[in-house]
Design a protein around this ligand. Structure first.
Ligand SMILES: [Cu+2]
Length: 229
């Protein structure tokens, strides 16, 4: 074997956990989902002009297969080591069409949180954090970007717009990177998890929390959650 390649291979093995696993699964919804609530944006003519079709609240988003979106899933207990590096890439939230995008997201403590206003109207983003200093930012100009961060873990921090009462979002703040948000198909993947035994929690804004114990080794381990409507 080429000596240089073997040194690189060795360095790779030292710098990457060899037996990291993935927690993968889906969020099921059982029962009848509430009828989506229509949002009236008439109070702000700019907002209403941005939509040609009706806009609904995204508190409960269930697809035709009964899978639940916007659930925050994370390792709650059992981590023995947490990576010391915090990602430098920002996690972004956009105020677009007078709605927050995304509606539920995760971030690490100390990681840049970039807030964008894509609308030609005033938004005032207001963090209702309990563990970290709250912020309250008026963003009157289209294209404006501001950076914030969260100092302490908190599941979840609620964000709201003081101008448009229908706008709200939730941020899961953790001191580690092992979290995910369920997608439109209800699925989620928490990657690069070191081997161990963990308690995984799934949080939904209307239906509260569910926990499950998982043992992670190399490869994939499944975690399924069901919320009842
Ligand atoms: Cu707003």
């Amino acid at each position: 074997m080429n000596k240089n390649i073997s040194i690189f291979t060795l360095l790779f093995l030292i710098s990457n956990p060899v037996f990291a696993g993935t927690v993968t699964g889906a969020i099921h919804f059982s029962g009848t989902a509430p009828k989506p609530e229509l949002i009236s944006m008439n109070a702000d003519p700019v907002c209403s002009s941005l939509h040609s079709t009706p806009v609904y609240q995204d508190h409960v988003v269930v697809n035709s297969n009964g899978m639940l979106q916007n659930v925050f899933i994370y390792i709650k207990e059992g981590l023995k080591e947490k990576p010391s590096q915090v990602p430098k890439e920002p996690v972004t939230i956009d105020q677009k069409g007078c709605q927050y995008s995304p509606h539920v997201l995760g971030i690490q403590t100390g990681q840049p949180f970039q807030i964008i206003n894509s609308d030609e109207t005033l938004h005032n983003i207001h963090s209702l954090a309990q563990n970290t200093k709250q912020f309250n930012l008026g963003m009157p100009i289209q294209g404006m970007k501001m950076n914030k961060q969260f100092e302490k873990p908190e599941v979840m921090v609620k964000l709201k717009c003081d101008v448009h009462p229908w706008m709200n979002a939730y941020v899961g703040v953790l001191d580690h990177p092992y979290f995910a948000v369920s997608g439109a198909d209800g699925s989620f993947h928490i990657q690069n998890v070191p081997p161990g035994e963990y308690v995984i929690e799934a949080w939904h804004e209307m239906y509260g929390t569910k926990t499950e114990s998982v043992t992670v080794a190399e490869g994939e381990v499944a975690a399924e959650f069901t919320f009842n409507g």
